[in-house]
Design a protein around this ligand. Structure first.
Ligand SMILES: *[C@@H]1O[C@H](CO)[C@@H](O)[C@H](O)[C@H]1NC(C)=O
Ligand SMILES: *[C@@H]1O[C@H](CO)[C@@H](O)[C@H](O)[C@H]1NC(C)=O
Ligand SMILES: *[C@@H]1O[C@H](CO)[C@@H](O)[C@H](O)[C@H]1NC(C)=O
Ligand SMILES: *[C@@H]1O[C@H](CO)[C@@H](O)[C@H](O)[C@H]1NC(C)=O
Length: 509
């Protein structure tokens, strides 16, 4: 297996910039927020960001000092090529830092996976599949991304993620290849492999008892669906931790996406704190959920016919108002403006809209813009030429929004889709950064009462604040409901097994 590590002086410069930015963020936060938790979280974020750079030793020393057992495992996998530009290497990185040694194991076969869904659903699936491959001692082939989903994004894994980093940083756990060895490729071309969708929410015994024998028999097994194929709970801790290691360390976006992300944070940071609003008020969301509250009749018809025209979408007849009352609709831009104001969010804060095109356009954004005049989005912060390469690629645009969401002071998703959930968990990992988890069912009731005049503004505002006091992405236990995996808390929105370091430091603080 050839491991490539594309490191050059440019990338070194990137790391320096990242480090400088981390320091700047730390400084700004110190002034703004006195809470130790926040400061701690910023330190943690900064540590992770700066890991390949000069502060490696500081990190290691701190982590060891905290007596944590697994976090250093997270850190060990960063790529490092001693044979590339050694002068640059010497000046920037601590000596003796080498990539993790390859894990030596008896290979049981090869696992190919075709992910399905949008970017963040696939992100979680990639973590699951790497953990399964590790556990079964098989070789994982770099996952294939969905090109036929609604988003029809042509991007390959390496267009979104740093594939060499993915392979290298996990090599002490599982062997990953960009493609099958030629001999096996032939077999696959001849149809001599086994393709199946694994059963959803399976525990590890399923993979051991059902999948491993197939791998041994066919040598190559192909998973043709990957969403939620591994249980949230009841898995050995080493599997949960590996899911995190992949998610928080091995999956890094390409340098093009990371660079655009850094440009956006720099622009926003210069002007102060910022909130990322994942305003999931996009046409596809509304058409498929059937949520038409606030739309005019033509819009309602347009959304409904889009749903009826889509053959893979089974649910056709939807009662929008009932769905909304059950808390199953994304908040509208108008509802969002009311809620953010009621929560006491500063009117002057910069709000970065992480979303594609908002349905209804300027007309629907008017009240949000009136309440929060500093609304920005990637298209207003970056020049068209900067976005040129990723613009048509919805997954790459989503990757950029994900990066900005991680970095923000406050993250507010208006719907609990995959982006919202995975970013929520990632922000917990980065030190329980503030994520406001809106209770939509309760909110739509309060909003209707306020709009009809049965609640005063002050009553409305205090009820909204009270209901969200503990919905800020703080440490908590995942809700476990045996036999009802759909209703449990999602592993990736609260990967509690991976947050011990922070938990312990909180307890002692
Ligand atoms: C995987 O390899 C390890 C040794 O590296 C061994 O202990 C374990 O039993 C193997 N598991 C499977 C499923 O082959
Ligand atoms: C996955 O494979 C199974 C079994 O070969 C097949 O029935 C199913 O249609 C495939 N699904 C997809 C999404 O390709
Ligand atoms: C795994 O799932 C199977 C099938 O649902 C169940 O019978 C088995 O008890 C589970 N095993 C563990 C270790 O939870
Ligand atoms: C989408 O991304 C791919 C890979 O980065 C790139 O080759 C292609 O030009 C992009 N498409 C557009 C329309 O920008």
């Amino acid at each position: 297996m050839v491991l490539l590590c594309a490191k050059d002086s440019d990338e070194k410069a990137d790391h320096r910039e990242e480090l400088e930015m981390g320091l700047k963020i730390l400084g700004a936060d110190k002034v703004e927020k006195s809470r130790r938790l926040i400061l701690r979280s910023t330190i943690k974020l900064w540590m992770i960001r700066a890991i390949t750079s000069l502060l490696l030793w500081t990190c290691v020393v701190q982590l060891i000092a905290l007596g944590e057992l697994w976090a250093p495992r997270l850190l060990k996998g960063w790529p490092h090529c001693r044979d590339v530009s050694p002068a640059v290497e010497k000046s920037n990185a601590p000596p003796n830092f080498v990539p993790p040694p390859k894990r030596v194991y008896k290979n049981n076969g090869y696992l190919m996976v075709s992910c399905n869904g949008g970017l963040n659903q696939m992100r979680a699936a990639i973590c699951d599949m790497a953990a399964v491959a590790r556990h079964l001692n098989v070789t994982l082939i770099v996952p294939e991304l969905d090109k036929t989903s609604f988003w029809a994004d042509p991007s390959e894994f390496q267009d979104i993620f740093d594939v060499d980093h993915f392979i290298t940083s996990l090599r002490d756990e599982v062997r990953i290849l960009k493609e099958l060895p030629p001999r096996l490729k032939k077999r696959v071309e001849l149809g001599q492999f086994y393709s199946l969708p694994p059963i959803s929410w399976s525990n590890i015994s399923y993979y051991e008892n059902q999948i491993l024998p197939l791998v041994q028999k066919y040598k190559v097994v192909h998973f043709n669906r990957t969403d939620a194929r591994l249980a949230n709970n009841g898995l050995p801790p080493e599997i949960q931790k590996l899911r995190c290691q992949v998610n928080f360390n091995a999956l890094r976006f390409t340098s093009r996406i990371e660079e655009l992300g850094r440009r956006i944070f720099r622009i926003l940071r210069e002007k102060g704190p910022f909130l990322v609003l994942h305003l999931r008020y996009e046409m596809d969301m509304l058409a498929f959920s059937g949520c038409t509250h606030g739309c005019n009749s033509e819009e309602g018809e347009e959304l409904t016919s889009m749903r009826y025209a889509n053959s893979w979408w089974k649910e056709k007849v939807i009662n929008s108002e009932m769905k909304r009352q059950d808390g199953l609709c994304p908040l509208t831009p108008e509802e969002t403006a009311l809620v953010l104001t009621a929560l006491g969010i500063d009117h002057n804060i910069q709000i970065y809209i992480a979303a594609g095109e908002i349905y209804g356009g300027e007309r629907r954004m008017a009240s949000l813009l009136t309440a929060f005049p500093n609304l920005v989005k990637k298209e207003t912060l970056l020049a068209p030429s900067e976005l040129r390469y990723i613009q048509e690629n919805s997954s790459q645009m989503a990757a950029l929004d994900y990066l900005v969401a991680l970095e923000s002071d406050i993250f507010v998703p208006t719907y609990d889709g995959n982006m919202a959930k995975v970013a929520e968990g990632h922000r917990r990992f980065l030190g329980f950064k503030k994520t406001i988890l809106l209770d939509r069912k309760l909110l739509v009731g309060l909003i209707d009462q306020y709009n009809s005049g049965s609640l005063s503004w002050d009553e409305f505002s205090s009820l909204v604040k009270e209901a969200h006091a503990y919905r800020m992405g703080i440490p908590k236990q995942r809700v476990v409901i045996p036999d009802k995996p759909k209703e449990e808390d999602y592993f990736y929105s609260n990967p509690q097994e991976c947050l011990q370091l922070l938990d312990e430091s909180l307890r002692s603080a």
